[in-house]
Design a protein around this ligand. Structure first.
Ligand code: NAI
Length: 344
């Protein structure tokens, strides 16, 4: 029996508890050695502990340095600040790794194998926003400040380039908007180009593209890309676009990696429109759990989980509604667990 690994578990809001339960069933079937410390955050944290990011949750992650989390609800426009953003800041989770790989062949875009590496702490996400009142209108003007630093860009770009080398990516594309936001995104581009020249030239091909052109190119011919590296907001948008290429948000995992901790989650949110209906697709969180297993140096278990997902979808043809099937979360999970137990 391998040594137990302490890890924080956050069920999350909306469909969170349903997809976390499903993921735990898969991890249990694999015999994954996680010793879970269950904590709360998001709307659940606010309702139960009066704080969307309670101290006990932060203390737990400080101790385990590892977490699997369901999606957390954030009110739009007003209300409390995103617990996701706060978690990233608290643990300096500067790199957001979002791989997208086709699992169900024959879709609109086949054989996609792309990874988006998103800067996770800077840019327009820093929350420096305010309104200016004019006459009777308190929201007459809205202002936001974005901050990108050379040091912040450098550590993310180093992480991305290193990841490209280790995982054998052939081409890395820096996505920017330095033609308009010359300073804000120019600094990221400039830092990436210099880092490549200084340390990575010859290890992979480097390309650059403006965000709007990138969005179009991804839809016309996504196979021309291998790894996209970009700033916070562009990465947020592009990773949803890329998720769409492989069957939607239900298939897109994400890892938030930092110096102090690593937090694994689905790219999607709490899906309040389908919460409690038992129809959510748990695959994105399961794939995030596979990334967590890789991170914990358990690649064999990660591969078994990915293979079981693949076989459940493509051999057993058990699929949730978002993938055109008729299975609910529980039925899919049951089929997946029996696949894990079945030698392939
Ligand atoms: P969403 O990702 O929750 O939902 C968008 C659409 O995709 C909905 O129609 C939903 O039903 C569907 N969907 C999402 N995940 C699915 C799954 N696993 N299976 C089947 N269908 C799925 O985005 P939305 O509605 O914009 O956000 C809802 C809440 O989630 C907001 O409060 C938002 O702030 C939060 N959110 C949290 C994130 C996180 O915790 N990392 C990330 C994104 C949003």
């Amino acid at each position: 029996m391998s040594k137990m690994i302490p890890a924080t578990l956050i069920l999350g809001d909306g469909i969170g508890p349903e997809i976390v339960d499903a993921t735990l069933a898969a991890l249990d079937a694999l015999g994954a050695p996680f010793e879970w410390d269950r904590q709360i955050a998001g709307l659940g944290g606010l309702q139960t502990a009066g704080d969307p990011l309670p101290k006990a949750t932060l203390d737990s992650i400080r101790h385990t340095r590892l977490a699997l989390k369901g999606p957390l609800e954030t009110p739009s426009g007003s209300g409390y600040r995103s617990s996701n953003v706060r978690l990233r800041e608290e643990f300096q989770l500067y790199a957001n790794l979002r791989p997208a790989r086709t699992i169900i062949p024959g879709g609109r875009f086949d054989k996609i194998d792309l990874v988006v590496v998103r800067e996770n702490l800077e840019g327009l996400y820093i929350g420096h926003e305010h309104y200016v009142k004019i006459d009777e209108d308190p929201h007459a003007v809205a202002m936001a400040t974005g901050i990108n630093t050379r040091a912040g860009g450098m550590r993310l770009l180093e992480y991305a380039f290193e990841h490209a080398v280790v995982t054998g990516r052939k081409k890395v594309t820096i996505v920017h908007k330095a033609n308009i936001m010359k300073a804000l995104t120019g600094i990221f581009l400039e830092t990436g180009l210099k880092l490549y020249e200084d340390k990575y030239k010859g290890k992979f091909e480097l390309d650059t593209v403006i965000i709007d052109a990138c969005a179009m190119k991804l839809v016309l011919n996504p196979w021309q890309f291998d790894m996209l590296v970009t700033t916070n907001l562009f990465g947020d948008i592009l990773s949803d676009l890329v998720a769409g290429l492989v069957g939607g948000l239900g298939m897109a995992p994400g890892a938030n990696i930092g110096a102090d901790a690593a937090i694994f989650e689905a790219v999607h949110g709490s899906a309040p429109d389908i919460a409690g209906k038992g129809i959510a697709n748990p695959i994105a969180l399961m794939l995030a759990a596979a990334m967590m297993l890789d991170h914990c140096k358990l690649p064999e278990m990660a591969t078994r989980l990915r293979t079981a997902i693949d076989e459940t979808l493509n051999i057993d043809k058990v699929r949730t509604g978002d993938l055109g099937g008729s299975a609910g979360t529980a039925e899919f999970t049951k089929a997946l667990v029996s696949r894990i137990h079945k030698p392939s």
